[in-house]
Write a protein that binds this ligand. Sequence first.
Ligand code: FES
Ligand SMILES: [Fe+2]
Length: 449
Amino acid sequence: MNEMSSTGSVEKPVVIPIEAYVSEEYAKAEGERLWPKVWQIACREEELAKVGDYVTYDILDESIIITRSAPDRIAAYYNVCQHRGRRLTEGCGHANQFYCRFHGWSWNLDGSSREVVDQEDWDGALNDENLRLPEVKVGFWGGWVWINMDPDCEPLEDYLGPAATLLAPFELDKMRYKWRQWLYFPCNWKTALEAFNESYHVTASHPQLSRWVCYKHWSRAEGRHAHHGVAAPRGEGATGGSGLNSINVRGSDDPRVAVAEQLEELKRTLDTTTTDTLVNAAQRLVDELPEGTPAHEVAAHLMETAIREDAERGVQWPEMTHEQMEEAGFDWHLFPNSVILPGLTFALCYRARPNGHDPNSCIFDVYALERFPEGEEPKTEWIFEPDPTEEKWRLILSQDFGNMPEVQKGMKSRGFRGARPNPKEEVAVINFHRILAEYMGSGAPKPIV
Ligand code: FES
Ligand SMILES: [Fe+2]
């Protein structure tokens, strides 16, 4: 099916039926066939720093408590009182017990029963075993805590497969939250996520970035997951560039100036995929390098300076070869619902979840990670920011957000023939639906006829 090239896969042109995006039955079936069977990112380990810290992770009708139950143990439980079913927690916080506010039953952090009010009334029928909070599998990778509701699931490392290997050199576990925001979005969770697992849209949707360089991208499946990276400049000649981890300038630009402007713009319009260290070092390039310095030397000088200055403040860069970076690419779709754009000292991440069984609504989380000096990590929390505007989400995300509900509306038109992703640049979209169909039993991409 896949014809591999040195950079990516080339798919046969396919059409993706709209069922997965718009059908209420399909959305409901996901609650049975997909979500209880897959590994999902529940939170970052840093959210559970102390014993008793907890996060509530909601997915459709399920709610799961993830907590640090002991200094060296993180556990997850179904968030349901074993008396008559009240939810025990919401949001995140700190607790020394899980207490039900309905009739006052409680549980210890290790999931064992702490108190049943008037337990003798049950005449011995309730015991330690049948009172325990039912556990959910947890896994750890990349600094995230993952959960899986399937007691017979494969280990997380196997589930991630080659994605874990290719992403390992970024040492994502060493990054901490820089900022995190979320909102409800009027589109299917897949429509939302697919605005971020390809970069084919960048030239049209983010026209201001075309001032630097427009690229074509390779895109490749890695088991259930998929990634993409820079293949070749689109249009006018350009030098340098491998996406987020290098610099991109047109041959006619002074690379010292272009790089500084580009990084400043990313800082201003996205506030991630670059760092203050890089921006500050880039701003000094015109003072530190003579006019006419070739782009690759400008890039090398910028990286050396940033690595040195980060080291001075206690931020170590991971050791990663150029080949490793090229192979990893800059954007990963981790099946089913996370997208991660890894950099050497930063990452931009997205997570999309259904909002109930309405196929036209989702919960969308966006967060930036960064390496900080130990003890200088910013204190962050989830900010609900319902207004999808440039003012609240900065320019780049507001441009992406502008597409998502319009796609959701458009797909329902009698005049729509189904989605026809680019067979080279949107392999991640095709792979997503191929894997999804294996879980769901329908909705697989079909050849265009
Ligand atoms: S429902 Fe929780 S104590 Fe009654
Ligand atoms: Fe975008």
